[in-house]
Design a protein around this ligand. Structure first.
Ligand code: AHR
Length: 342
């Protein structure tokens, strides 16, 4: 136990309570977003000084390293912790939900000051979150949300995943004049991000009767699975496909390899649009193989530790922060690639 490293348990419980007061926000509110932080009453550590950030121990449960996006996300958080002198306990979940649950339970037993979770799956978190709450440890969610009552976590920082899917669908409709037979490469099905990217895309193409998803299959956000799934679907739907919508760049890059192996030209015979805007996607756009990507910024480190700092000071934080993004087309790739940080 890092007993003397702890914020006062009473203070933390007060913080968690106060954080849950901040109302949720509806999507579409500005990115700075969501619940404007309300000054929290009762968050001052009772009779004790709040800890300095350098005295705090943070346990971070990461999904794994499934994609370039995820690697950039881990790096951003690890570098920021180091910069601020925070002790970060990093647990790689290797893309297995139970590994993450076990890691978080371990953080609770250890008595860390704050727990950060980037959940592989959205469901199955309630008992662990209740345990963290009972122990007075605030939980911060990053990159994906969970299916649990809002009072079980302090705050969540994510992109607007429905917006991302919608952008991809609208872009594809414009590019194909509303005529497309599409393969959809879905992310991890049990993750909210996959459900929402699917929903946003479906909503956008529903306005175009000649746009049809002819197959929708999971590639689990990885390049290897994106390639394997695309190989199977290309042979099952020979000559029928003219577009791919991938829930992330890594799956799109795998699909591009499969398209080439089938003797077709990605970006030309088959239009490819995806989400993330990582550097390898810009390289593929410069080669003309990827047509567009919707940005999902993984650099959560600075915002995450600003938030943890506020929690440690007993200040209220917004219940939800939406990290903004934008659409990049291949015509912009050469100009923009130099300024990409991930
Ligand atoms: O949760 C964010 C998603 O997870 C990213 O789009 C994807 O690349 C990652 O693995």
């Amino acid at each position: 136990m890092h007993r003397q490293n702890h914020l006062s348990r009473r203070a933390l419980l007060a913080i968690v309570g106060a954080l849950s007061i901040g109302a949720g926000c509806s999507r579409g509110e500005s990115e700075a977003d969501s619940a404007a932080p309300k000054p929290a009453s009762g968050t001052e550590p009772a009779g004790k000084k709040p800890k300095k950030l350098s005295e705090i121990v943070v346990g971070f449960s990461q999904t794994g390293a499934e994609s370039s996006w995820r690697i950039a996300h881990s790096k951003s958080i690890q570098e920021e912790a180091e910069k601020r002198g925070v002790q970060l306990l990093f647990a790689d979940g290797q893309n297995v939900h139970n590994n993450q649950v076990n890691a978080v339970n371990g953080f609770i037993t250890k008595g860390v000051d704050v727990i950060v979770i980037a959940p592989q799956e959205s469901v199955g978190w309630k008992p662990t979150l209740k345990e963290a709450k009972r122990a007075g440890i605030p939980v911060v969610l990053t990159s994906r949300g969970v299916d649990a009552e809002e009072d079980l976590y302090a705050t969540v920082m994510v992109a607007d995943f429905v917006w991302e899917g919608r952008q991809a669908g609208e872009w594809l409709a414009k590019q194909t004049n509303g005529k497309a037979r599409i393969i959809e490469l879905v992310g991890t099905p049990a993750a909210d991000v996959a459900v929402m990217r699917k929903a946003g895309f479906a909503e956008a193409i529903a306005k175009h009767p000649d746009m049809k998803v002819i197959a929708s299959q999971s590639g689990d956000f990885t390049r290897t699975k994106g390639k394997a799934v695309m190989e199977t679907l290309l042979s099952a739907h020979k000559g029928e496909i003219n577009a791919v919508y991938a829930h992330n760049d890594d799956m799109a890059l795998g699909a591009i390899q499969a398209i080439q192996a089938a003797g077709l030209k990605p970006g030309q015979d088959i239009v490819v649009v995806s989400v993330d805007a990582v550097k390898p996607a810009f390289e593929a756009m410069m080669e003309g193989k990827l047509n567009a990507t919707v940005e999902c910024n993984p650099l959560h480190g600075p915002l995450l530790f600003d938030t943890i700092e506020k929690i440690a000071r007993g200040e209220a934080v917004p219940k939800r922060t939406v990290v903004p993004g934008q659409v990049f087309e291949r015509e912009q790739a050469a100009t923009v690639i130099g300024s990409r940080a991930y």
